[in-house]
Ligand binder design. Structure first.
Ligand code: FAD
Ligand code: DHB
Length: 390
């Protein structure tokens, strides 16, 4: 088997890269070790920056997104006694969209299987080789158990945080990683309950952070800060709703409850690996970096990476110019660090940890954002997404 770009991993990064390359006449093969059902059912992010929406739309993936996506023109910041709306269009002229990562993935897979480049599910033992040469290859075992070799010009490692690509880039003492593990986790639920709010609510509370998000006019997505050692079995639906009601409490307002259809606990970490390239192997998305979810940057960052990478690969493979692949890692990392800082900032400001001194600092920062247009604008610009090149 031969292709121009061998892509490892069919998350949003790998699937979108394949699509962007196909639109420019570059062929690729996507290798995914899970089943289609598993990949489509994974519940993750829900907020798309304008740039992400524009990229998906320009790639011909905007139909359902335009019909079912919900434009959100702000967020509420809450702390006891205050629920304040940040109006994004007023502050920075942009907004964001609620459209689940599951839906983005389904749209990408449908387009791929509907005449797009090959997408192979349930492959195993995926091994990139000879990435320091101009003729790398990927060895893997296909779903029928047959050993295969995919000869490529370039390999894209879009195989997420636990993939096989990053260890090859950073292996042998090359490159560097940075990591921060946070002393809390998120308990997330999906519920058949009409959202009781027009915009997302980010709530600071003495008992811990809570986030009110949504997926549709009938489905709410809610998160609670919990200790990372908590077990989901110990959290009955009633216990979750009670905690949510306490943390979102606001005069004259009530939460709407409903059937919980999914619940899980997510660890929170920041992680950056540099460079995002070794020879002909390029990393993009969670394979190279992880942000804590507060501020919803993970998926958007993956889309930004592959937007840069697709342009660089087209230039390399069609015009035989290596300038854009040579600058890819530095350009991508500038944005990665900006989003890493913003996600850390939102996380540190909103989660309870430490002592009363820390709590007063957090409240002081929240009051500053509520009172100062320039502080609010800084948050709004980062939340809605900064330009591709910083
Ligand atoms: P992934 O989506 O991880 O895709 C990688 C793909 O590679 C997967 O399909 C995987 O099965 C496949 N793969 C892995 N190893 C191999 C291999 N060896 N061979 C072949 N295929 C392989 N972000 C937010 O902004 N908000 C959120 O609320 C949020 N919630 C999250 C909840 C969870 C549980 C997780 C894990 C992440 C969450 N994120 C969230 C982050 C966001 O979902 C990711 O940033 C986004 O999925 C990154 O896309 P990706 O394509 O880079 O990686
Ligand atoms: C969602 C997740 C986030 O991390 C966030 O900041 C906002 C919304 C969500 O899953 O809807």
């Amino acid at each position: 088997m031969r292709t121009q770009v061998g892509i490892i991993g069919a998350g949003p990064a790998g699937l979108l890269l394949s699509r962007l390359l196909a639109l420019q006449g570059i062929d690729s093969v996507v290798l995914e070790n899970r089943s289609r059902e598993y990949v489509e059912a994974r519940i993750r992010a829900g907020i798309l920056e304008q740039h992400t929406v524009d990229t998906l739309t320009a790639a011909g993936l905007g139909d359902r997104l335009q019909r079912e996506g919900l434009e959100h023109r702000g967020i509420y910041l809450q702390y006891p006694g205050t629920r304040h709306k940040l109006d994004f269009p007023e502050l920075c002229g942009r907004s964001v969209w609620v459209y689940g990562q599951t839906e983005v993935t389904k749209d990408l897979i449908k387009a791929q299987l509907d005449g797009g480049p090959p997408l192979l599910f349930e492959v195993s033992d995926v091994r990139p080789e000879d990435v320091d040469t101009d003729a790398p290859r990927i060895r893997f075992v296909d779903a029928d158990g047959t050993e295969q070799v995919l000869e490529c010009d370039v390999i894209a490692g879009t195989d997420g945080f636990h993939g096989v690509s990053r260890p090859i880039v950073t292996g042998g003492g090359q490159g560097r990683t940075w990591e921060r593990t946070y002393p809390y986790a998120w308990l997330g639920i999906l519920a058949d309950a009409a959202p009781a709010t027009d915009e997302l609510i980010y709530a600071w509370h003495p008992e811990g952070f809570a986030l009110y998000s949504m997926r549709s006019p009938k489905v709410s997505r809610l998160y609670l800060q919990v200790d990372p050692t908590e077990k989901i079995e110990d959290w009955s639906d009633d216990r979750i709703w009670d905690n949510l009601a306490t943390r979102f409490a606001h005069e004259g307002w009530e939460i709407t409850t409903g059937t919980v259809t999914e619940k899980s606990i997510l660890p929170m970490r920041s992680f950056v690996s540099a460079p995002m390239r070794r020879g002909r192997l390029f990393l993009a998305g969670d394979a190279a970096h992880i942000v804590p979810p507060t501020g919803a940057k993970g998926l958007n960052l993956a889309v930004a990476d592959v937007t840069l990478l697709a342009t660089a690969l087209v230039r390399l493979l069609q015009e035989k110019q290596s300038d854009l692949v040579d600058s890819y890692s530095d350009r991508a990392l500038a944005r990665v660090w900006r989003c890493t800082h913003f996600s850390w900032f939102m996380t540190s400001m909103l989660h309870r940890s430490g002592d009363d001194f820390d709590a007063e600092l957090q409240l002081s920062q929240l009051r500053r954002i509520v009172a100062s247009e320039s502080a609010a604008r800084e948050l709004a610009e980062n939340y809605t997404g900064l330009p591709l090149d910083l």
